[in-house]
Design a protein around this ligand. Sequence first.
Ligand code: NAP
Ligand code: MG
Length: 532
Amino acid sequence: MKSAEFRLTYATMFDPPQRLHDLFDAALEGLLSKLGNEYPLTINGKSVRCPEKFEDLSPADDNQILGVFQQAGAAEAQRAVAAARAAFTVWSKVPWQRRVELLRRVAEIIRERCFTLAAALSLSVGKNRMEALGDAAETADLLDYACDQMEGHQGFVEELPRDPLPGLVAHNVSVLRPYGPWLVVSPFNFPCALSGGPAGAALLAGNTVIVKCASDTPLAPRLLADCFLEAGLPDGAFNFLTGPGDSLGQALSSHPDLAGVTFTGSHGVGMAIHRQWAQGPYVRPVILELGGKNPAIVTQNADLDVAALGVMRSAFGLQGQKCSACSRIYVERPVYAQFVERLLALTQGLTMGDPTRRDVYLGPVINRRAQAHYLECCQELARAGELLCGGVAPDQGEMARGSFCAPTLAAQVPQDHPLWRQEMFLPIALLAPVDDLEQALALAKDTIYGLTAGLYGNAQEARRFFEEMEAGVCYANRPTGATTGAWPGMQPFGGCKASGAAGKNAGGPHYLQLYLREQVRAQIVRSNHAPE
Ligand code: NAP
Ligand code: MG
């Protein structure tokens, strides 16, 4: 792809040019001709195979094997950490300007292969084309943004004032330095951006990296790993492993030689890693990006068409499997019925099927387990309240072969029902009428999570919402998404409370520093004491 032809962002993707579809179709065809290939691990720059393998299956078709992957375990974890440790002595001494050059090269390769990565994301995650292209393009933008930050801060070397020592001239400098080998564990839903973004930041900072991706979706991160490896990083600076979370993931995340970890995934696993790391002899950085239960508030001053569109996109984009998905909707009573009517019309108009197809908006959920969970949740919501639409797993035609779930809206579910608080990670959103903004904010905040939130209302209401909402990203009046659609440099992404532990958002001005520790260098460079 010639990346200069058009620039991919979530915003531009709402009106895609024909050329974009042609490039996607060509990349998809190329990838389909390689279905079922076997892919290795990469440790210390070498391809590694294991006796045990597993398959990346298409969520849209139980019979489609996308690739065969290595089931790494404790031995490979050990080798990868040792390689990253050895490579750290080399990579951490590479001047920051050279690191920027190499990471920019990675971004360039990703852009060149953007459509192939997107086709892999569509096939293995079930993303529609625009969502798939978004994940791939965002990965390159995350790297470039981090490089901009490194350059903007001149490698984070800062001269400090000289202290007034009589007769001596002091030189004081603050230098941000890397930590060491860094583990990146990524989730199934954004396998490129959430592997590549953290890995890129860690590497740029001078750390070495081990990436372990989710077992449901290894194909795209494997292709992404090639982009890192082919850019010319020294052997061992970037290692790539596949294998089960409870064995490989556990062996990696409990390794004492790691200097830091970035985990993006569920709250339960993230907190277990955090607790485990707290047992060590000293505190090491743990960057956690966890789940969400993201609310949208619609007041009587909202543009209801914009609100319905934004809520629909955030509730059902990627089948509700975004950490930023909108799963709770609070609407002021006077406009409740009108809003629900609009939201229902939009939801019922969504197309579902093979997500690689141009006209499809909704693909399958990630696997049959998720589909079974969807049916259980719908049954429970129908019992506790009322389903306004959805509640079924469509199985007509091609959909019989995959884990498809109809987009579901539930109403009249009592506020103390656990599904108002648990992250389902499915195309299900709960609606409730509220008396006023006061009550909406109180309900919106009544959760352990604090990832994203959205409001549709007037400027005064937006001000109050920004001030009071406990969330890492707050959106007001966006047609493109009530709670979703972050982009590097524009809406850095992260959460508070149970949604994230870093306190600084990915793709933002304070993110790269999370991968760096400060060393202050204070040196006497001259003595003004005249010799006696
Ligand atoms: P998950 O089940 O927690 O898995 C995430 C990753 O952790 C996978 O690579 C998994 O490997 C691995 N893992 C599992 N158990 C492990 C263990 N004991 N030790 C080390 N690693 C382990 O999450 P998911 O289902 O892939 O993703 C969905 C979740 O991610 C949702 O909760 C969503 O909200 C969250 N998420 C958050 C953000 C954010 O930025 N805040 C972004 C995206 C997703 P296996 O696949 O092999 O089990
Ligand atoms: Mg898969």
